[in-house]
Ligand binder design. Structure first.
Ligand SMILES: Nc1nc2c(c(=O)[nH]1)N[C@H]1C(S)=C(S)[C@@H](COP(=O)(O)O)O[C@H]1N2
Ligand SMILES: [Mo]
Length: 420
């Protein structure tokens, strides 16, 4: 602020009878005393900085070192079959940076030489085909799409009650990436699906050799074979050199290090779709093939890892998504559900992609119970956790899309709680 503007501002406030009347100035434009960080020359202005090529592959500022994927120790039996979480509270917009996309591996990260990688199409096809990675990249009809990937176990530890302190841990098994690749349909058309071909089996080249059955309608509708994320090659953690993209459907089906697509006339009933990724109901029956990720939202700021530090204006923000379409609206409450207010969606709202929402709040130090609730383009409204438990019981760790609550205390500290 120039001196003149500051003076004008003081005059204006006096004229308006506000200055000194005990009414808070908007904390955003305080008049500050001169500070040494302004009046003294800092090291970065006194000395030359690193030259170009000091960092051939750029990294974030050293002051952002805390912005990392994190795991939860008691969820980590062994590193190779484990999970870590996206630091959602440190991110904005809708795209997850490549180095911060959560990881979920069943047998560690396959380190694949792309020259030695092949993608095979076999089964109920007119022609059995094998492609090199270069072959895949030469297909016409390349596309770019932003999609969220959510592990079905995201928020799984919150089924029975509030447990983990941080949206990174309660909701961080989601990322949103711009993929470059070709429609899976292009490859299947090239091979020619026989009339009795009704399912595909996607298989990974990692030591887990992970496999999932996917109905042919979905495979032909919008699945992709991707080789790039956010403009650069897939990271090894995310399936380099090829990954299957299954928009809106649970993360487990997005086979990484994709090496084979088999076409069959029925599902294979492999491990990941029988003993895992099914929802055990209260009466002992299991819901199976629950592929679509229902609409869900979470306030990322404030949250336990990102408490409120200032009274006055604050930006409440979060993300919302739906596996059934796009985000139609997000409502936010700060009083535990008594009053709801429509949030502002900012940025492109694309189908099957994260959407970013904002509510500008004025916080006077009152306790807040914050929740967000999304409605998607199909009219589906995110349920409360109690509504979910009524129909699903509490046995499952999968598909918890219930409304989440943060308690903001008078000192700004924020906790994971539940209200019923
Ligand atoms: N080949 C292979 N594909 C895989 C997995 C795996 O272990 N091996 N994990 C799956 C699971 S359970 C999820 S949630 C997503 C995680 O993708 P990400 O590591 O890019 O976040 O990949 C899926 N694809
Ligand atoms: Mo997963």
């Amino acid at each position: 602020m120039s001196e003149n503007t500051a003076l004008d501002r003081r005059r204006f406030l006096r004229a308006a009878g506000l200055a000194g009347a005990g009414l808070a100035l908007p904390a955003l434009a305080q008049e500050r005393k001169p500070e040494s960080v302004i009046t003294e020359v800092q090291d970065w202005a006194r000395n030359l900085g690193d030259g170009v090529q000091a960092h051939p592959y750029g990294m974030p500022s050293e002051y952002e070192k805390h912005v990392v994927r994190r795991d939860v120790e008691w969820l980590t039996a062994g590193r190779e079959s484990s999970v870590n979480f996206t630091p959602l509270h440190e991110l904005d917009g809708i795209i997850t940076p490549n180095g911060l996309c959560f990881e979920r591996h069943h047998s560690g990260i396959a380190n694949i030489d792309p020259a030695k990688h092949r993608l095979m199409l076999n089964g109920l096809l007119d022609r059995q085909l094998v492609f090199t990675v270069d072959d895949i990249k030469r297909f016409p009809g390349r596309i770019n799409k932003a999609y969220f990937l959510e592990c079905a176990a995201n928020s799984g530890m919150e089924w029975r009650g509030a447990q983990l302190n941080g949206c990174q841990f309660t909701h961080g098994m989601v990322h949103n990436v711009w993929y470059t690749g070709i429609p899976l349909k292009t490859l299947l058309d090239e091979a020619g699906i026989k009339t009795n071909g009704k399912w595909i089996l996607a298989e990974g080249a990692d030591a887990a050799g992970m496999t999932r059955s996917i109905p042919i309608e979905k495979a032909l509708k919008d699945c992709m074979v991707a080789w790039a994320m956010n403009g650069e090659a897939l990271r090894p953690e995310q399936g380099y050199p090829l990954r299957l993209v299954v928009p809106g459907w649970e993360g487990n089906m997005w086979v990484k290090w994709l090496r084979r697509i088999e076409v069959g006339d029925q599902p294979w009933h492999h491990r990941e779709e029988t003993s895992k990724y099914t929802d055990l109901l209260a009466d002992g029956r299991a819901r199976r093939f629950t592929w679509i990720m229902d609409a869900k939202s979470i306030v990322t700021n404030p949250s336990p890892q990102a408490p409120l530090k200032h009274k006055g204006p604050n930006v409440l923000t979060g993300i919302a998504w739906s596996g059934r379409g796009s985000v139609a609206r997000v409502d936010v409450t700060t009083d535990g559900g008594k009053n709801w207010k429509g949030a502002r969606l900012d940025g492109p709202v694309m189908p099957l992609s994260l959407a970013r929402f904002y509510v500008d709040i004025d916080w006077n130090g009152q306790e807040m119970l914050i929740q967000s609730r999304v409605m998607d383009s199909s009219g589906y409204v995110q349920p409360t956790k109690d509504e979910l438990r009524k129909v699903r019981g509490v046995n499952s760790i999968y598909h918890n899309n219930g409304i989440h609550t943060w308690l903001v205390r008078a000192n700004g500290e924020t906790e994971n709680v539940e209200i019923s």
